[in-house]
Design a protein around this ligand. Structure first.
Ligand code: MG
Ligand code: ZN
Length: 365
């Protein structure tokens, strides 16, 4: 190397080194909104485009695919699927935030609370159902909803809304879990009271699952999402919010296309509320994904009878078709927008969503 070049290299090295020794700017930790469509495969997502004008799922610039198999089975259930999302570890079907040996796995709610986050959960199932449960409870079986309810009341969760009152009040141990000091509990409707910063709130608005959209649930999912955002925004602290459209899965199990579409469009409205918040806030990540696909759901061609030729496909129109009453092994979409959105492109295991979120939240102080 010639002398002037060597000097230049030394100078560059010095500038680099000195810029590293400067104290990094204190970046505020990003808010994180994780929206889970239970059973939402690519086809369920596609319905938003065929049955709604300008769906909110079209607002995401980055798309990835998540591989959903559980630790033992090629096809996951919602418990193993949510454990992967909430804890970053594959486990057996039925497990709620425990590994194959039954040891508790730290959840996003627990880990982000330690990093100064406020946390919230919204679901259209019971709040003790497999998907939300994996964010705060640790039990070997998803069936243990009374134990899951007891663990929720001891958890770090600041806000929850969904169904499942029966698991708190009509219990084998005769305890009424709603008689306590830790949470302000509402059982009538959302927003009956003004939510005070720093207090914990729980909304238990149905005995078990919330009603279907078709049976008059109205805008519960979007309203609960907006209520949580309004509540969190009162404090300077960042927040983590999980919103689950639980019943896309139930429509899939029932092989009921209309049920799926109604629940998917309802989910899309909640997604819109999250994206609106993120666009205005500029320090929020929104991720939309699923735990697995349900129903082997297809938008197949409508059939028409052609004289002398029998039944033919009519590509001008679609109809719903299914290949199973259960879940399928298909990959599911991951849509992302906001802080760190680029990290979510590509094809990766469902556990990768947890690791990407934790990387954004940074180390425990
Ligand atoms: Mg679920
Ligand atoms: Zn299911």
């Amino acid at each position: 190397m010639k002398k002037p070049l060597l000097l230049l290299a030394l100078l560059a090295a010095f500038i680099c080194a000195s810029s590293f020794t400067q104290k990094p700017k204190q970046q505020k930790k990003p808010n994180i909104i994780l929206l889970i469509g239970d059973g939402m495969g690519i086809t369920q997502l596609s319905t938003a485009f065929y049955y709604k004008e300008d769906p909110n799922v079209a607002r995401f610039p980055v798309v990835g695919l998540s591989r959903t198999s559980s630790s033992k089975e090629k096809i996951t259930d919602s418990a193993a699927g949510a454990t992967a999302l909430a804890c970053g570890k594959k486990t057996y079907n039925g497990a709620i935030a425990v590994n194959e040996q039954g040891d508790s796995l730290a959840t996003l709610v627990e880990l982000l609370s330690l990093r100064g986050y406020q946390t919230g959960l919204v679901a259209t199932s019971s709040i003790t159902h497999a998907t939300p449960a994996c964010f705060y409870a640790h039990v070997p079986s998803r069936e243990m909803e009374e134990e899951i309810a007891a663990q929720l009341m001891q958890s770090e969760v600041d806000f929850f809304a969904g169904g499942g009152r029966t698991f708190f009040t009509d219990r084998k141990d005769k305890r009424n879990l709603l008689q306590q000091e830790r949470f302000v509990i509402e059982t009538e409707k959302l927003g009956a009271t003004d939510l005070a910063a720093g207090k914990r709130y729980g909304f238990l608005l149905a005995e078990d699952g919330m009603p279907k959209v078709q049976d008059g649930r109205k805008n519960f999912l979007k309203d609960a999402t907006q209520l949580a955002l309004k509540y969190f925004r009162q404090q300077e602290k960042p927040f983590f919010l999980m919103v689950e459209a639980s019943q896309i899965d139930w429509g899939g199990h029932a092989n009921d296309g209309e049920y799926i579409v109604e629940e998917m469009l309802d989910f899309d409205a909640a997604i819109g509320a999250a994206v609106d918040f993120s666009d205005a806030d500029k320090n929020t990540l929104v991720v939309v994904t699923a735990d697995h696909e349900t129903g082997g759901f297809t938008l197949a061609a409508e059939r028409k009878k052609i004289p002398f030729q029998g039944m033919q496909s009519n590509y001008a129109d679609i109809r719903f078709d299914f290949s199973t009453m259960g879940h399928s092994a298909a990959m599911v979409p991951v849509l992302s927008k906001g802080v760190g959105e680029r990290q979510f492109s590509g094809i990766y295991q469902n556990t990768g969503i947890f690791h990407r979120i934790m990387a954004l939240a940074g180390p425990q102080p």
